[in-house]
Design a protein around this ligand. Structure first.
Ligand code: NAD
Ligand code: WQD
Length: 338
């Protein structure tokens, strides 16, 4: 298949590009590099030995996207192009709603014009909100989110689902990611956040490499086994493989299907620190600080549906996640050279 990766130069998109190319698919990447580097494209090509068709464009830009759809015969779209910083979304809600929702609408309009009938969407476990019981199952109703970022995901899921009600030939797969971490095992691709990392693993990796002094653990008094929050961390290459299975499924399917992409096993913040120290041999300086607003004590996936329907399951361990993160960070201490 020829697959458009909107936002494909980013963390998850770049790893997915490698997985798709390695499986024999072709990829077209559109990115405005607002949160990534063009160097990621070179690395994808270097790892796979295959050529990527890449456009520098804003996915909201209808004229630019028409050109992309006009110049390429596309079979499916994967929509990664979103702003994703939870705290920033509270400060800049309009920018988040504009970017995340408009990219989705532009893609749907261009797909309609070009008769492309298949889209896989980067959703998030955040759509389960605050009400649902753990582990999260796809049959649960979407919940209420504590921030605009989460609401954009809820709204985009709804928009995409509505589109399949109106167009019976359309296939939508909503992938609800849990907590992606890790990197390609070559050490050439990885997560390269701009500024101070919001997420746990990139923060730990930057402490390990000496870019940050110490980690603050957000809260040590949660009702969890060791008092720190628990999450379902998933290796980004297992997640990438989930996209491969999802596009192949979506191409044969019509209507909306939702899949959790997680391992089903939670780890606490302290367990992640310990696992990283073991994998890297580096001591991680940390202190327990106050809770971060909006954090839930714990959640993880019921990942049975993806196993049963897509034949997908995770194969990489927490040790792999830490080892590969460390390889990426130590080989690229400042991330991609921009
Ligand atoms: P990322 O920021 O690394 O990748 C997103 C990419 O989209 C970046 O390359 C960015 O430059 C690009 N982009 C953003 N807006 C654009 C626009 N208007 N036009 C063109 N390009 C644009 O993030 P990621 O971690 O790879 O996440 C990919 C998707 O998965 C996002 O939609 C995110 O919300 C979702 N997601 C991520 C996580 C996570 O923890 N990383 C969890 C759940 C869901
Ligand atoms: C993990 C754990 C923190 C940083 C976020 C989004 C979610 C999804 C994935 C996109 C939590 C703790 C973190 C630090 C810490 N993204 N932590 N010190 O919050 O589970 O999920 O990313 O959809 O929507 O909310 O991930 O990596 O930020 O935090 O103690 O400096 O690490 O409190 O328990 P989170 P995270």
């Amino acid at each position: 298949m020829n697959i458009l990766l909107a936002g494909g130069a980013g963390y998850i998109g770049s790893h997915t590009a490698v997985e798709l190319l390695s499986a024999g698919h072709s990829v077209v990447i559109v990115d405005d590099y607002s949160n990534s580097s063009p160097e990621a494209i070179n690395r994808i090509e270097e790892i796979t030995g295959k050529k990527v068709t890449a456009y520098t464009a804003d996915v909201k830009d209808k004229a630019a996207m028409r050109k992309v759809f006009g110049e390429n015969k596309l079979d499916c779209v994967i929509h990664f192009a979103g702003l994703k910083a939870v705290g920033e979304s509270v400060q800049q809600p309009v920018r988040y709603y504009r970017n995340n929702i408009d990219t989705t609408l532009t893609l749907l309009e261009c797909m309609q014009e070009a008769d492309v009938k298949c889209i896989v969407f980067s959703s998030s476990a955040t759509v389960y909100g605050e009400e649902n019981k753990i582990p999260y199952v796809e049959t649960m109703k979407r919940g209420s989110c504590s921030n605009p970022y989460g609401w954009t995901k809820v709204m985009m899921e709804e928009i995409l689902e509505d589109a399949t009600v109106a167009d019976k030939d359309l296939s939508v797969v909503l992938l609800r990611y849990f907590n992606p971490i890790g990197a390609h095992d070559s050490g050439m691709l990885g997560e390269d956040p701009q500024g101070i990392p919001n997420n746990l693993m990139p923060y730990i990796a930057q402490v390990a490499v000496g870019r940050r002094d110490k980690l603050t653990v957000f809260g040590g008094d949660y009702p969890t086994p060791d008092g720190t929050c628990r999450r379902d961390y998933i290796h980004v290459m297992d997640l990438a493989n989930g996209h491969l299975k999802a596009v192949e499924y979506a191409a044969q399917h019509k209507g909306t299907e939702v899949f959790n992409l997680g391992t089903g096993t939670p780890y606490s913040v302290l367990e992640i620190i310990k696992a990283f120290e073991n994998a890297s041999g580096v001591n991680i300086k940390y202190e327990i600080g106050p809770r971060r607003a909006g954090d839930l004590p714990e959640f993880w996936a019921n990942a049975n549906k993806a196993a049963n329907v897509l034949g997908w399951k995770t194969v990489r361990t927490l040790e792999d996640m830490c080892k590969d993160t460390w390889k990426w960070q130590s080989m690229n201490p400042q991330g991609y050279i921009k």
